[in-house]
Design a protein around this ligand. Sequence first.
Ligand SMILES: Nc1ncnc2c1ncn2[C@@H]1O[C@H](COP(=O)(O)OP(=O)(O)OP(=O)(O)O)[C@@H](O)[C@H]1O
Length: 783
Amino acid sequence: MDLNDQDWQQEQERVTQVTGKIAHRKKALEAEVGTVRGDVVELRKDFWDEVRVNFSSADDLGETSTSLRQQSQVLSERERSHLQAFESLKKLRLLEKSPYFGRIDFTENGQKQTEQIYLGIASFLDDDQETFLVYDWRAPVSSLYYDGAPGPASYQTPGGEIEGTMELKRQFVIKDGRIDVMFDTGVTIGDELLQQVLSHSSDSQMKSIVATIQKEQNAVIRNDKSRMLVVQGAAGSGKTSAALQRVAYLLYKYREILKADQVLLFSPNPLFNSYVSTVLPELGEENMMQTTFQAYLEHRLSKEYDLEDVFSQMESILNAEEGEWLENKKASIAFKASPAFLNIIRSYKDYLEHDGMIFKPIRFKGHLIVSAEAMKEKFYSYDPAVRLANRIELMREWLQKELAAFAKQERKAAWVDDQIELLSAEEYQKAYTHVRRKLASKKDTFDDHERERNLLAKMIVNEWLKPVRKWIKRKRFVDVKALYRELFVNEELFARVSGTGDLPERYHEIGAQTVQDLMEGRLSYEDATPYLYMQELMKGFQVNSLIRHVFIDEVQDYSPFQLEYLKRLFPRARMTALGDLNQGIYPHTGVLGGSLASLQELYGPEETEVISLTRSYRSTYEIVDFTRSMMPGGEAIVPFNRNGEKPLVRVQQDREELHDRIVTDIMELNAKGYEHTAIICKTAEESETVYEALKDRLPLKKITKTTPSFANGTLVIPSYLAKGVEFDAVIIYDASEGEYSRESERKLFYTACTRAMHQLHVYSLGEPSRFITDVAEDKYVLA
Ligand SMILES: Nc1ncnc2c1ncn2[C@@H]1O[C@H](COP(=O)(O)OP(=O)(O)OP(=O)(O)O)[C@@H](O)[C@H]1O
């Protein structure tokens, strides 16, 4: 729809008027924030001066505590208003640059007046404090903008549905107070604006999509009924973008009860954490908490084990020659990630309630305090109706008492006298002061020799037994390692707990490797979660009840164990799981059974909702058309209508020539304005070689699994670390049949190619991979 000059003029006048008011309000608030901050600083400084401290009588004590309470109330009130003012200021600063991005004109049924609703990243009220000059994009009425088209329309409010007619839907791009772009739009939120947004260059930081959220994405963002929301979406369909907008939406809707530190995002790698970290601040919100599952495993297990991480696992598989080792490793991964193994561990726990527990004896200086047999006997003497984890808790209490009795006896031991003799003057003085202080309340003295010796002995024994006490407190007496090991050496036990009696494929080979790893203090990635899960079943689950929303990006890469684990870890949280089965790159990902809908089992179908996103926004039509042709069922992916060049497949016979071509290619891409380019290699090993070969010819940045963030430029990156991120141009270093021939690598290759926004250049040293040659020839250019 064409907009005339008058429309432009009127809208620009409004923008000028509103930004003027915003600037005015901002100035006033800046002054206020300064004063409040001053108050808070003063109050903090004088806190104790203002409080009358007097403990001489009960009345005085009461008065002092009232006074303390009042003073801290004043302080926290001022701090709260400082924080609020600061938050408002942050939003005003964002609004001043671009006060809004959308307008809808809506006439409610039964009303004569049409309301003009302008939408921005935060609300802004006129000086009367009643008229909304800008509505927050998350307000109920803003839904109209995302969901409705001109014509009959309705939106939900807490008080029910409001129906009416949308007369107009208009979009703006406003930069520094000037309208840059303005469209009136029809059914979808302006393909035109989306075209513009998507044709921009990529960046090392993700951008918010607030102005162009699509209807199906809006459904993800505003869903707040289900305990578990599963979003399955094609590569580039905006899963991550929608998830981050959703966080902002939840923080707005539940602002009285939900804070940013109660929302946690699980990312695929640390690089991704940094990539998405600017979206919420751009929307004027605090960032949510971010972590990776790997970081959690390390937190829990790395003190005890040398833990393999998921990237090392991937690297060793991708680099392995065909053969026994690879087959065994793949079988081990597939089995240990399977729902069958999850059930085995659960029924193993049931079995242990009656038989088979293994404990570690408690020893001190070669002396046996409690034997493993005595512990086992004690464990099975408890009422069998008591849950296993509770019985372990009872054991802990019992062992603490046993240790206390032992400690009492041990005070008489000769080694204690030796230790007393060895006390330096300084240590003795310290001990003396300590004991005196303790005895002061008992009106006792430290002067008779016998008593002195006893007290020092008690102190020494207590000190020496500290590690044992800690060991018991942490329930380390449960021999989790031996219990886990049993599953792989005791065939009879395995058959009993598996229910079917069948052994998994390559059980003995898997077992031998598992046992060797455990003995040598290593834990492979596939063992880490089952091991931890079993440990928690024994010792009780450590839970985090503060977190209220958990977001899992790339959920197809999680095993049923990991998901079950997360469910238990965050008992009070709702979950949003985002994934794409076509991008399941890890060897354990086949276990989700071909559909993310199988995630329904986690909380049950009644508590789960599944939303599909099929439109792909990241890449040009030509790139999506090429990449989707590699995947079975890929025709369901709908490319967004933004055209570009067809992917280029270039076959080189010689590595030197390949390198020369890549160097020229990157220089040409840079000259065209594509500054954020990635050379995607299959593995870290290949990345390293390519980086070394090209680093003197091009300004390159090498990305490894520990790289925390990246800037624009040309990166060399292993395929599996490119997950979730995007580049203007992608160069696949070597897509030859020699590199990508295993069917299991198809998804990895697809994931790498789908990182490209504008240009995809696929190089092949020799014959190209079947993943390319299977695609119809008219979908790419062969050079
Ligand atoms: N509604 C939208 N408006 C503007 N840009 C969008 C929209 N939806 C998605 N995009 C853009 O498309 C690109 C892909 O989005 P995003 O990374 O969120 O997709 P994804 O589904 O998580 O991708 P993948 O699974 O491939 O990592 C981003 O550049 C994002 O900004």
